[in-house]
Design a protein around this ligand. Structure first.
Ligand code: MIG
Length: 685
């Protein structure tokens, strides 16, 4: 049951797709303050709060305060309150069980027992907002309702489930060729190489640095012939440069965000001085979206949208103000206090709150100051791109994922979780964020494997990949200046080859689970508590996840660990994989176990009467042999599995036509029904 309450005059964010008439009566579960700015409720001692998508800390969000304010923040720490997305959906699971979605593009804070341990307090800065309350008997039911409310999740092409290698930046075509060659030489599967900002000419969107990438079209083709997709980055800011078409058209048509006096707002980001396209304006979106055609025409089939919070290193106006103030300091006798003021003045230049109040959008015909709609910018940039793909390539799936997002954007693209670090604690953060993102509709997700900032190590990268093989977006990415972290650069290349190979082996299952989750409005990653309702131990597990319907994972995220404790909510079959062909199994009973996990091993826990179809290794998804699958299962009485598969690039998603139904009984007899002729090589170990 979904209730909607409208306060004031809410801005229609287009987060939801279901039209629900607002109700007038009292809001259930929450106490609404007279001035409408605060919603509160008491939490019982053992209540759990789920949700909030992209945020730090646990699956259970209790004990901290989070702020929805899309931020370019490379410090993902325990005390971080905002990351790149604004995902204002949460579920309280206690005596009362309900979901809340605060639909407003301004700042919202979620004090989940931070100020007062047993009080949930949601503060909404802008008092015009839509509030959705979802009633259901348990969190999983509420999530599925919510997913109906917000619409179907984005589906990328199948190659985007292959392994991707990224770096800020591969500087030219030869460097890319070398990375590809090294993967091939070392027999490490690979589907994509990401191009970061240096592929452009002076960081101008939709241009190519012709010196570094001569004959780009030919190069894209050359890569495709080797099974590799190039995925260029697009930044939000458009460089101010005479003669640059995107800039000139934007100025001429009035497509950029404006200051109060009507001048185009000037910010400084990678290209230097930029204007921001007014992504909230439908006309501007159509225009900006069409620009992606320039790269589609070169043969590109996927993109990542960056800096779209939008990130602002400085605004021209603010920089001038700071300089003036600094001059004033010059004349003074500096003391400690003024030193710190002086320091803050300079260190607070980037992503400054005041700058977000300096420019305006034209949203649905109304002029709105940016800070009031801040959290929509990334969503609408990504929407601009994907709506253009629907027009320009109606039959084809194009890869699109974004850094900044708002709920609703999950219909248009995925996200990567931004600038993490090569820290062990960030593997755990990655595990914990995944189900929360799924709750909010974001299914195509992944972190920078190996860590973006700071220097990685061989063991960290291996352990992180051992989690990453389960994330829909599986991409190794790192910042400039950090240690190189392509898989072939480390001593134990065999381990990397095998671990990444296991991803390809699992792809039939992972893809099938992704597609079913997307098409059914379901979750791909679930907390254990969503599956084992009533199991008090499972309810508290924060470092294991259910992946699809058949398996549980328990990644290792501690340095030098040779194993870990795993809680099994029921008897399971533990599959220990060293490669797709080298594995052994053990049946473990319900309860807690210490299991060893060597650096080059992956553990998968198969649920009773469940199956996992597995392929052999392939160099990339294009040449995967899906006609020879091996079934791995834990059969107690009879196991059934619906294997979804399709061509991976068109948009015919039929949950009947594209599904092969597999049944296996205790004696190993198998029945396969479906249109797909799969020649199974059953080895139900
Ligand atoms: O200010 O394009 O999160 O993935 O490599 C940094 C350079 C800008 C931030 C992205 C990161 C990317 C980097 N970008």
């Amino acid at each position: 049951m979904i209730h909607r309450y409208s306060f004031g005059k809410p801005i229609d964010t287009e987060a939801v797709v279901m039209k629900i008439e607002p109700e007038m009566g009292a809001v259930p579960f929450l106490t609404v303050a007279d001035d409408l700015s605060v919603l509160t409720c008491e939490m019982g001692d053992s209540d759990i709060v789920y949700g909030l998508g992209e945020n730090v800390r646990g699956i259970n969000k209790r004990g901290w305060i989070y702020e929805s304010k899309c931020s370019d923040n490379p410090d993902h720490q325990e005390d971080t309150d905002s990351l790149y997305g604004a995902h204002n959906f949460m579920i309280l699971d206690g005596e009362a069980c309900f979901g809340v979605f605060v639909d407003t593009p301004g700042i919202v804070s979620f004090d989940v027992g931070y100020s007062r341990r047993t009080v949930l307090e949601i503060s909404v800065k802008n008092k015009d907002f839509d509030l959705y309350i979802l009633e259901g008997e348990e969190p999983y039911v509420i999530v599925r309702q919510f997913r109906q409310l917000i619409g179907t999740s984005y589906i990328p092409p199948k190659w985007a489930f292959g392994y991707g290698q990224s770096r800020w930046s591969y500087m030219d075509a030869d460097e890319v060729r070398e990375v590809v060659r090294e993967h091939q030489k070392n027999q490490i599967p690979l589907d994509s190489i990401y191009l970061d900002i240096d592929y452009m000419e002076r960081y101008k969107d939709f241009t190519i640095n012709e010196t570094a990438f001569p004959d780009f079209r030919g190069f894209v083709k050359e890569m495709r012939e080797q099974g590799i997709h190039l995925v260029p980055i697009i930044d939000a800011g458009v460089k101010i440069e005479k003669g640059y078409t995107v800039y000139e058209e934007g100025v001429r048509e009035g497509y950029f965000c404006k200051e109060e006096n009507g001048d185009d707002f000037v910010a400084g980001v990678w290209p230097g001085r930029v204007h921001f396209p007014d992504m909230l304006n439908e006309k501007v979106r159509a225009w900006f979206g069409d620009k992606y055609q320039i790269l589609l025409d070169e043969g590109i089939e996927g993109f990542w949208n960056d800096m779209n919070e939008p990130a602002i290193f400085y605004s021209e106006k603010h920089l001038k103000e700071v300089f003036q103030m600094l001059h004033a300091y010059e004349a003074k006798n500096l003391d400690v206090d003024s030193f710190f003021e002086f320091q803050d003045l300079v260190s607070g230049i980037a992503n400054n709150e005041a700058d977000y109040r300096r420019f305006y959008h034209d949203y649905k015909g109304k002029r709105i100051r940016h800070d009031k709609v801040h959290n929509l910018y990334g969503y609408y940039m990504t929407r601009a791109a994907t709506e253009a793909f629907w027009r320009l390539k109606p039959d084809k799936r194009i890869l699109m994922f974004s850094r900044s997002s708002y709920i609703g954007m999950h219909r248009y693209g995925g996200i990567w979780t931004g600038d993490n670090k090569s820290w062990w604690s960030h593997i755990l953060m990655n595990i914990q964020m995944l189900p929360s993102l799924n709750m909010c509709g974001f299914l195509y997700v992944g972190a920078d494997l190996g860590g973006f900032g700071s220097d990685t190590t061989e063991d960290l990268l291996l352990r992180w990949l051992e989690l990453g093989i389960f994330t829909p977006l599986m991409r190794n990415h790192s910042a400039r200046g950090t240690r190189r972290q392509e898989a072939y650069r480390f001593g134990n290349v065999k381990a990397f080859r095998n671990i990444i190979g296991i991803r390809y082996g699992l792809l039939p299952y992972l893809y099938s689970e992704y597609m079913k989750a997307a098409l059914n409005g379901d979750m791909y990653f679930k907390p254990l508590s969503f599956v084992y309702r009533g199991d008090e131990r499972a309810r508290l597990i924060e470092n294991q996840l259910m992946v699809g319907e058949s398996i549980m994972i328990a990644p290792v995220y501690e340095q030098n660990a040779k194993g870990r404790y795993v809680y099994l909510p029921e008897e399971m079959k533990m599959l220990r994989l060293r490669s797709t062909s080298d594995m052994d199994v053990e049946i473990l009973e319900k309860g807690e176990h210490y299991v060893s996990v060597q650096l080059d091993e992956v553990l998968i826990f198969i649920r009773p009467d469940c199956l996992v179809p597995m392929a052999g290794v392939s160099a990339n998804t294009a040449i995967m042999d899906e006609n020879h699958l091996r079934l791995i299962g834990f059969i107690k009485t009879e196991a059934a599995y619906k294997l979804y598969s399709d061509d991976g690039y068109t948009k015919v998603y039929d949950l009947e036509e594209n599904v092969t139904k597999i049944k296996v009984n205790q004696g190993g007899e198998m029945v396969v029904r479906g249109n797909l002729q799969l020649d199974f090589a059953p080895n139900i170990i």
